[in-house]
Design a protein around this ligand. Structure first.
Ligand code: NAD
Ligand code: WQD
Length: 349
């Protein structure tokens, strides 16, 4: 087993490609498995340009057990960061089975192959979506779970599976127990400061920041602000936006923690990755206009079904146990989003 090698599933995607940059720059060797269902190989070519380092790439589906088994045999990683998954909430409501098969079944195959290869360090991309809706706006990790859509439930199911897997180690007194970090992301935005990699959504974006950026560059005509009658400071929804580079640094901190006392004897632990404070939709638009000098054409529209008024992380556990906190502010997030959008108006082509 190569202690320095990390296998990254979904590494060609938005967050995965940024993780590859940070891993390579931190001295890790990287192997990526991605079926390119929602990404382009160009992202990994840019990762190699940014870092001046190379990585291995396998175009494979994580549900293909034989392919994964062969990749583990060739690469001998010590750790897996598991980003591969489908992530569109609306689509998950229309096609729940597709989401459960891809996300839940895909993860089952992955951990089976990991167990067979005796690779038992796993960082998993979970989401703030796993938390139940309530009057509480700021979530700690022990807050009751209760996702409200199939995408969110797929993440909750995976968390359950991984917790069960770790608990079984105690019963079986396993010699090499699982070390698993469930990282619950809040709202990742931004791009690498080079502007060479960033978020490249297929079709019309669902999420606020890529939508704002595409309006500002002229690809989309107008942003709809979903509701200005929420009980928030300006009536629009408040979220905890986190720079994607800060987010991926949290993954490296989790890998480092696997070697510390925190994970001695094995554990499966959840950590919020967020800034711990929120911004409203109007604050995002205003900051975008201020930082970029572009105006963002918008109109107030009805609320979007399923949206909360306000949601942000309590990130204290990640600070205490992973020594991680965000370093970048909203201006950085906006400037880096714009730099990426400006340099790549049509995304990766
Ligand atoms: P993304 O779509 O850009 O990246 C996911 C990657 O996984 C893509 O490259 C896709 O081709 C690949 N993939 C999907 N299914 C696969 C499969 N069966 N086999 C192999 N590869 C597969 O998404 P992202 O924004 O980079 O998100 C990464 C992870 O983080 C996802 O699991 C997502 O659910 C989670 N997450 C994202 C956000 C967000 O707002 N972006 C928030 C919370 C959690
Ligand atoms: C942010 C705010 C909208 C678009 C989603 C997923 C979640 C997670 C991250 C993966 C809200 C408002 C948005 C627009 C708007 N993904 N908005 N006009 O809804 O917090 O989270 O992405 O795990 O699962 O649900 O993020 O960026 O869609 O919305 O007014 O065109 O912007 O109402 O207040 P959200 P978002």
């Amino acid at each position: 087993m190569n202690k320095n090698k990390v296998l990254v599933t979904g590494g060609a995607g938005y967050i995965g490609s940024h993780a590859c940059v940070e891993l390579l720059q931190a001295g890790y060797q990287v192997a990526v498995v991605d079926n390119l269902a929602n990404s382009k190989l160009e992202s990994l070519s840019r990762v190699q340009q940014i870092t001046g380092k190379s990585l291995s790439f396998y175009q494979a589906d994580i549900r293909d057990k034989q392919a994964l088994t062969d990749i583990f045999a060739t690469e001998s990683p010590s750790t897996v960061i598991h980003f591969a998954g489908l992530k569109a909430v609306g689509e998950s409501c229309e096609q729940p089975l597709t989401y459960y098969r891809n996300n839940v079944y895909g993860t089952l195959i992955l951990v089976e192959v990991m167990a067979e290869a005796n690779v038992k360090q796993l960082v998993f991309s979970s989401s703030a979506t796993v938390y139940g809706q309530s009057s509480c706006n700021q979530y700690t990790e022990d807050f009751p779970l209760g996702a409200i859509n199939p995408y969110g439930r797929s993440k909750t199911m995976i968390e359950d599976i991984l917790r069960d897997l770790s608990a079984a180690d105690k019963i079986n007194q396993t010699e090499f127990p699982w070390k698993i970090a469930l990282l619950r992301y809040f709202n990742p935005i931004g791009a690498h400061e080079s502007g060479m990699i960033g978020e490249d959504p297929n079709g019309i974006p669902n999420n606020l920041m890529p939508y704002v950026a595409q309006v500002a560059i002229g690809r989309l005509a107008q942003l709809s602000v979903y509701g200005d009658d929420y009980p928030t400071r300006d009536g629009t929804g408040i979220r905890d936006y986190i720079h994607v580079v800060d987010l991926v640094k949290g993954h490296i901190k989790a890998i480092e923690a696997f070697n510390s006392q925190k994970f001695e004897g094995g554990a499966c632990k959840a950590y919020n990755l967020g800034a711990g404070k929120g911004y409203s939709v109007l604050e995002i638009i205003n900051t975008f206009e201020k930082v970029t000098g572009r105006s963002v054409n918008y109109k107030i529209s009805p609320r979007r079904a399923g949206d909360l008024a306000e949601c942000f992380a309590n990130p204290e556990l990640a600070l205490k146990e992973l020594d991680w906190k965000v370093e970048k502010n909203l201006e950085d997030m906006v400037a880096d989003t714009w730099n990426w959008q400006n340099k790549n108006p049509d995304g990766y082509i």
